[in-house]
Design a protein around this ligand. Structure first.
Ligand code: T4K
Length: 362
């Protein structure tokens, strides 16, 4: 069976070496030496000034909303994983959905201003599949209306725009290091913030608000991650270039093999480096997409409808809203298997099934 993704695992001896060191120290969590080392290495790898290693990408978003003290309405995208919207609601704010751009599949920056009201405090946008939002346009709008910007960069590990980490854009950026991501620490997340004052606040929030053993600086939560997760992050980081390279080869191979099946790819940001996190295809109709998905499933190839249904139409805790582009694209998009262990032979077989289904109508 071929799944839509499989986590990369480093050679087990390399992970065990870290685990042995944890046994020696008996230091398991609360920002131990491996978690600190991972943060240091990630700051260098990603070329960012500040970064917090946290329990997951969802907590990262909640911490970001809290650190910026956001209230009222937050403008956001309906085309994302549920955590983007649920974090807004969890923090007591109201999501206001703006439709997406049909090419990038990210929030359409040209439609943001018409959604701003007296209650708007921020824009929370996702770099969908790692493809950067129109960060320049969003920055201009945010400055003009005095809004904060959070980027959900759950998929965007390693992406750069104009040679700068995508995580350096916005007031705060977050990332997910979940097992299904191209780089992972089993469970994990990152919060990245340039501003030293907000960054300090994030550090307090991550650790219950503690400022020393008997003092509290902030209302906090427990966002700390463990030494075991940091160990996986450290072991995997050594392989990130190799992972990236293989995903690139797979992606180009899919592009070449599937160019005539009548499905299109999202258009990537022109000034950005790709990280090959997902392989989405947008079919001409929901019928084409469904029949391809079912045909692949019947041949033991599992795909996923990331992201269907539209968050603005499906969540029981938000007011439902039709958005033309999102409603249309979310019905037609399908993510194909993409992961380090996927072989070119397996990819060929997947492509053959899709080509046969879509060109010859089998
Ligand atoms: N923002 C965005 C835009 C996100 O996409 C996400 C998460 C978040 C925020 C929140 O970040 P985290 O709090 O999760 O760090 C998966 C992931 O669980 C989720 O992290 C991810 N986005 C989302 C897009 O995908 P599911 O429900 O599709 O996962 P699941 O369990 O169905 O696994 C997918 C495939 O991976 C399956 O075919 C099986 C395979 N798999 C999975 C796991 C966990 C394995 O082979 N091994 C494994 O250990 O959500």
């Amino acid at each position: 069976m071929i799944l839509v993704t499989r986590p990369f695992l480093p050679p087990v001896e390399e992970y065990k070496k870290y685990i042995d060191s944890i046994w020696d120290r008996q230091w398991l969590t609360n920002m131990g030496p491996l978690a600190n080392e991972l943060e240091d290495q990630l700051k260098i790898y990603l070329n960012v000034q500040n970064l917090h290693f946290v329990t997951n990408g969802t907590i990262a978003l909640q911490m970001a909303i809290r650190a910026l003290d956001l209230k009222g309405e937050i403008i956001t995208t309906p085309f994302s994983f549920v955590a983007t919207t649920s974090s807004i609601v969890w923090e007591g704010c109201t999501p206001v959905f703006v439709d997406i751009d049909p090419e990038s599949l990210n929030i359409d920056a040209s439609k943001i201003e018409e959604a701003i009201t007296d209650m708007t405090s921020a824009i929370l946008a996702t770099h969908v599949y790692g493809n950067p939002c129109d960060v320049r346009a969003i920055e201009v709008i945010a400055k003009k209306h005095n809004l904060k910007v959070i980027y959900d960069g759950a998929h965007a590990f390693g992406v750069e725009v104009d040679g700068k980490s995508i995580f350096e854009y916005g007031d705060i950026a977050t990332c997910s290091l979940h097992a299904t991501k191209l780089y992972h620490s089993i469970e994990g997340g990152l919060v990245i913030c340039k501003d030293d004052v907000i960054n300090k606040k994030l550090a307090f929030i991550r650790n219950f608000g503690f400022n020393g053993p008997v003092n509290f600086a902030e209302l906090g939560l427990n966002g700390k991650n463990s030494e075991f997760h940091a160990a996986m992050g450290l072991a995997n980081l050594k392989y990130i270039d190799m992972i990236h390279e293989h995903r690139k080869v797979l992606t180009h191979s899919y592009d070449e093999r599937l160019k005539d099946v009548g499905a299109r790819r999202p258009i990537w940001h022109s000034a950005a480096k790709n990280n090959f996190a997902y392989y989405p295809l947008i079919f001409k109709s929901e019928r084409d997409m469904m029949s391809t998905m079912e045909y692949l499933t019947a041949h033991n190839v599992h795909t996923r409808r990331y992201f269907y249904p539209s968050l603005a139409m499906s969540l029981p805790y938000v007011e439902h809203k039709n958005l033309e582009i999102t409603d249309d694209i979310s019905k037609k998009v399908l993510c194909l298997p993409l992961y380090y262990d996927l072989t070119l032979q397996q990819l060929d077989n997947i492509c053959e099934l899709i080509v046969n289904r879509n060109i010859y109508g089998v």
